[in-house]
Design a protein around this ligand. Structure first.
Ligand code: 9MR
Ligand code: 9MR
Ligand code: ZN
Length: 545
């Protein structure tokens, strides 16, 4: 069957009672919804007015079949052919949301992935080197650095993206109660703790090992060079520890405090351990803000990705909020107010900009100063509304901006995560204001990720008809299994000169993507991109359950 890729659909599916739109590049006029099991036309619609898609500078037609609400398996047909199939069903992300969290299990380091949990993706325990020398002198070592998750397609383990992951998982657990019943089929499943927290613990135990006695937290663990495309257990190069960084330490203080609260009802001793670690990290970061250079720079022989960040006030702001929420102690609220005065975005989410996490947390504090809370909430809502406007003006109904004289495009390295991170303010606003005002935008962005985009690509492995098959992921490439592990989201289109894929010359931003193992600038996968997307899908999972 030849599909007409010019009719872009959400290949995972649509909710029966919500907006259903396909975007067609070629022609307007009549379109038909076909029941593919019966091969019957079940709905006929028309799209006579083209919409100008400013990102890709083309006319498109929106095929709106929202009023068709019957569950089943369909495709869209126009005179040029049929789109990829999709379903209309209740709780359309019921399988993909847990799969995107299970991805973290596949990233586990220092742990054998057994067949009963990993299926064909089983492999031996990797990176068992116990202690690691601290760069640059290499005269001192950390005694035990095993565990955690591989960051991405590489085998580095980095604290700053880990802090984001822990945030995402703790707040998934808190804000989406139905996630607590999910069984991810991981070794800990069924132990009475939600699997989202069970999986988080694999990382948390490792993060705790990255902290010095004085409270400082080492930035990362890496070999000197990126390994070849080999299985993790084959990678035997020496691993080094980077020095302590401010951004890792301050973000650690925040994520540990959040995890300590999440774990409190399940394991008091573990929760206390994380609380202590959080306080020590916080005190260290505050005391050293003028001592340690803010931005982490590469320190050989520790190689890998840098994850440098020019501002650490957002991490401190987030940490102060988490500690205020955890302890109720007003001294953290005073700090929070002081950090608020610094110049950084109060709405952003990600591995670098973490102010949004502090803002949401503060708004959830029961004993917070009402005036301050109103101001912080207003910051989140303002960002949410601005993003919502982008969605309303985008022909593919995705909240991503194109480049113009005053801005660069949103199609940069990791653009899919840029999108899901941008939805953080919206989800926060929706939760805090208890409104469904933003829901259609959140659904629209999910549809973009699952195929309603200019290249009809589903960016998540294992779902949809035309999903990523060749992520830049060392294990996926070298495990001898054709299909990559399921539930991984691609970095996504990247239009930046010098980074965009080699075949991107002359292509519109949203098409600067290639599903090729060597296109690490457009097709790598990463733990914090996955958890960011899971935070978004969890929102839909919760409201559609
Ligand atoms: O393979 C590496 C990938 O996992 C990283 O995310 C990426 C960015 O740091 O770098 C890739 O490694 C390439 C390096 O940046 C440039 N030389 C070729 C490397 C491929 O192994
Ligand atoms: O997402 C990061 C991107 O913004 C940087 O330009 C790039 C090169 O330093 O690194 C990306 O992050 C990678 C990290 O360095 C190593 N692990 C995989 C990350 C995703 O590609
Ligand atoms: Zn490993």
């Amino acid at each position: 069957m030849e599909y007409n890729k010019d009719i872009a659909v959400n290949q995972v599916g649509y909710e029966p009672k919500h907006s259903k739109v396909a975007v067609a590049k070629d022609i307007g006029g009549e379109f038909r919804v076909i029941d593919i099991e019966k091969d019957e036309i079940v709905y006929t619609g028309r799209a006579d007015k083209p919409v100008f898609d400013t990102t890709n500078e083309q006319n498109v037609y929106k095929y709106d079949f929202s009023e068709f609400e019957t569950c089943g398996k369909y495709c869209i047909e126009n005179d040029n052919g049929r789109s990829y199939p999709f379903e209309i069903k209740q709780n359309v992300y019921k399988d993909i949301f847990p799969a995107m969290i299970k991805m973290l299990y596949f990233q586990r380091c220092g742990f054998e992935l057994e067949e009963k949990y990993a299926g064909v993706y089983k492999h031996a325990a990797c990176h068992l080197q116990k202690s690691a020398k601290i760069a640059p002198d290499c005269t001192e070592s950390l005694p035990d650095v095993t565990g955690g998750w591989h960051d991405a397609g590489d085998y580095g383990r980095y604290i700053t993206p880990a802090n984001q992951c822990i945030h995402n998982l703790c707040y998934i657990n808190e804000l989406y109660p139905s996630s607590r019943a999910m069984n991810l089929n991981i070794p800990e499943s069924g132990n009475g703790v939600p699997d989202v927290l069970n999986e988080a613990r694999w990382e948390l135990e490792w993060m705790l090992k990255m902290q010095d006695m004085n409270g400082g937290v080492h930035h990362k663990l890496c070999t000197t060079d990126f390994p070849d495309l080999i299985m993790p257990e084959t990678d035997k190069a020496e691993i080094f520890v980077s020095p302590v960084s401010l951004q890792a330490t301050a973000g650690f203080a925040a994520s540990m405090a959040a995890a300590s609260r999440a774990w409190r009802e399940y394991d008091r001793a573990f929760s206390d351990r994380m609380f202590g670690a959080s306080i020590r990290a916080y005190d260290f970061a505050k005391a050293n803000i003028d001592v340690i250079p803010v931005e982490y720079k590469e320190v050989p022989p520790c190689g890998g990705g840098t994850y440098g960040d020019a501002c650490c006030y957002d991490e401190l702001y987030w940490a102060a909020a988490e500690l205020f929420r955890t302890t109720g102690d007003k001294k953290y609220e005073e700090d929070f107010k002081e950090f608020y005065k610094e110049n950084f975005p109060k709405d952003k989410a990600g591995a670098y900009d973490q102010g949004g996490y502090g803002s949401l947390c503060y708004c959830l504090c029961e004993n917070a100063d009402e005036k301050m809370k109103a101001q912080v909430l207003a910051d989140l809502v303002e960002a949410a509304d601005k993003r919502y406007e982008v969605f309303e003006n985008n022909a593919y109904e995705v909240a991503m901006k194109e480049a113009n004289e005053s801005q660069e495009s949103d199609y940069y390295w990791g653009s899919n995560a840029g999108l899901t991170n941008a939805l953080f303010a919206m989800i926060s606003a929706a939760k805090l204001l208890k409104t469904d005002h933003y829901d259609e935008c959140i659904r629209g962005c999910a549809s973009y990720l699952f195929g309603r985009n200019i290249i009809s690509k589903c960016y998540v492995t294992g779902y949809g008809s035309d999903s990523m098959m060749h992520p830049h992921h060392r294990a996926a490439e070298s495990d001898g299994v054709e299909a990559p592990m399921p539930g991984y989201i691609s970095g996504g289109p990247n239009d930046r000169p010098g980074q965009r894929p080699w075949d991107a010359e002359g292509k519109p931003s949203a098409a600067c993507y290639i599903d090729h193992v060597w296109s690490f600038t457009s097709n790598e996968v990463a733990i914090y991109w996955n958890t960011s997307a899971a935070f978004v899908l969890g929102y839909l999972y919760e409201i559609d359950k």
